[in-house]
Design a binder for this molecule. Sequence first.
Ligand code: PLP
Length: 223
Amino acid sequence: MIKENLLEIKKSIPENVTLVAVSKTKPIEDLQEAYAAGQRIFGENKIQEMVDKYDALPKDIQWHMIGHLQSNKVKYMAHFVDLIHGVDKFSTLKEINKQAKKHDKVINCLLQVKIAKEDTKFGFSFDEIDEILASEELVGLKNIKVAGFMGMATFTDNKQQLEEEFSSLKTFFDLKKTQVDLDNCELQTLSMGMSGDYTLAIENGSNMVRVGSSIFGQRNYNA
Ligand SMILES: *Cc1c(COP(=O)(O)O)cnc(C)c1O
């Protein structure tokens, strides 16, 4: 079913929207099936699991880290990770920069913004993002690139609330795009939307969706 699910989703999203296939907890065979169907971007939320899968799978896959980051583990993925979605501390950005430098590369990062009303979700406030984007220290981080923002909406069926949360980040993103002029910031990616809400997220400005269970089926634990 993985292939059918993928093709179905690909058909339903506009061309300018990037689909990240969230494969956390799923076995290698499931990723191979998605790969055979043409998928090249996979998202994982645990560094060790992503490293194991990276080692086992073709090297033209782009690996996205979508989970909450532990700074001390950044070094294990620095040599191959393509995009880190969930940066929610400035110190993490500095650690990513340090590890990227060791490999003489630039690592793309998204700053996670808290848009959900729940207090379980990680992320910066809009004000905190403003502070970071204005800080002298950011300018010195030459081995990272801030490529945009990531947001997770409240876990709810309330369509209006979801729309408000998504569009608030889209508005902020568009504003920052016009204001920020730094060598290591190129705001182009807005990562919003998961299996339950990606259509709504796209309607409200997302250009990158992170879809897991709608491709691979339900996970057997809450990850
Ligand atoms: C697990 C996860 C997803 C995918 O969730 P689904 O509901 O299975 O599509 C997306 N984003 C993040 C940050 C996740 O942890």
